[in-house]
Ligand binder design. Structure first.
Ligand SMILES: C[S@@+](CC[C@H](N)C(=O)[O-])C[C@H]1O[C@@H](n2cnc3c(N)ncnc32)[C@H](O)[C@@H]1O
Length: 353
């Protein structure tokens, strides 16, 4: 007879959808139910942030599930490699190795990308110059199902204006391209924007800082609520697209600063002159450099700070310092941007006390 614990473990087991599960290194949770995956992710986040920063349980909100647990990624990064025997392989490099896992399907990539993989290999092989042994390919699909790829040749990731990808956030079009960062799961994006919009105490004079802004996703989506939006982004391709987004929507109150947050932020904060100001920071996986943490730590101009992080480790480290300097965590809101994988996005809301 089955014991209760055996029955319990049977309930949480699930058959992986992908035949590469376990060998490509991309997914870790295809063999358990989605409910179980979400509960494990919540526990990991509580452990990591709670242990490091002594946060009480009450600040943690339940994780927001992704509306789609498979076929959600709008971008894949693949390696095309020519072997010594002349064979061409296309797939994922296994982390920390020189081994390549050939890929013909990916159960977390959008179906349009899966349908395109055989053609991608054909086109990329035909384009790979004789003297190239390796190329890093990017393939992306837009909300409307159009697929583009690049990665061979200097300007191969540039797109023509008429080809730009776009997605609708709260009915507003946000454009991006092959050469810019953009969130990989479009299905859940609107939920993060709604959460921000609801939590910010908008006033007529509110200045919204969108730091590490990319193409301006958050700043553009929330521009209708703010007196002024200031974006800071270092990638010139993203800055170009952020300017395109602002001008497409005729937003003359959106200011876009090209360069590093650590360079521009002190000046921006000094210029606030008492206006109410809310900041959103969405840095890369490594989190904030110490000088940005120090600038945020001691600025009086910001009343509320939202930190969107794709790395609980970096978030825990940066929160530790911010909490020592007058900030308090109101809420931690996890979002499952990357179902079936170990990755976890969290939005931390901090206020001054
Ligand atoms: C995680 S992405 C977020 C982009 C945007 N918020 C979005 O959701 O689409 C991080 C962005 O920060 C930019 N970045 C990285 N380091 C930076 C720095 N020191 N200063 C300004 N931008 C930086 C990257 O180019 C990238 O566009």
């Amino acid at each position: 007879m089955e014991s209760d614990s055996q029955k319990g473990s049977l309930k949480i087991q699930e058959k992986p959808l992908c035949r590469l599960f376990g060998s490509c290194g991309g997914c870790q949770y295809q063999d358990i139910s989605y409910a179980e995956e979400l509960s494990r992710k919540e526990a990991i986040l509580k452990e990591m942030l709670g242990r490091e920063n002594g946060l009480p349980k009450e600040v943690f909100e339940p994780i927001v599930p992704s509306p789609e647990k498979y076929y959600y990624r709008n971008r894949l990064d693949l390696t095309l490699r020519k072997r010594n025997n002349g064979e061409r392989q296309m797939g994922f490099m296994l982390p920390g190795t020189q081994r390549l896992q050939e890929v013909t399907v990916c159960a977390i990539a959008r179906k349009e990308i899966n349908d395109f993989i055989p053609m991608l290999k054909k086109e990329a092989v035909a384009k790979l110059p004789e003297n190239y042994k390796v190329a890093n390919l990017v393939v992306r699909v837009g909300e409307d199902g159009r697929v583009f790829w690049g990665g061979i040749g200097r300007r191969s990731l540039n797109m023509r204006e008429e080809d730009y990808f776009w997605t609708h956030i709260h009915g507003r079009k946000i454009f991006y391209s092959l050469d810019t960062f953009f969130q990989a799961n479009l299905f859940i994006l609107g939920k993060v924007v709604s959460q921000l919009e609801d939590l910010i105490k908008w006033q007529k004079e509110t200045v919204f800082l969108d730091l590490y802004s990319g193409v301006g996703l958050f700043g553009i989506a929330l521009a209708g609520r703010a007196k002024e939006v200031v974006m800071i982004e270092e990638g010139s391709d993203s800055v170009k697209m952020a300017r395109y987004n602002a001008s497409y929507h005729h937003f003359s109150h959106v200011k876009i600063l090209e360069g590093k947050v650590e360079v521009h932020l002190p000046e921006v904060l000094k210029g606030l002159k008492g206006q109410p100001c809310v900041g959103l920071i969405d840095p890369p996986r490594a989190g904030l450099v110490p000088s940005v943490v120090e600038t945020l730590a001691y600025t009086e101009g910001l009343s509320s700070l939202f930190y969107l992080s794709c790395s609980p480790e970096s978030l825990a480290r940066d929160l530790k310092r911010l909490l020592q300097t007058g900030w308090k965590v109101q809420r931690i809101m996890p979002f499952d941007f990357f179902p079936r994988t170990r990755h976890l996005e969290a939005l931390a809301w901090l206020v001054r006390f």
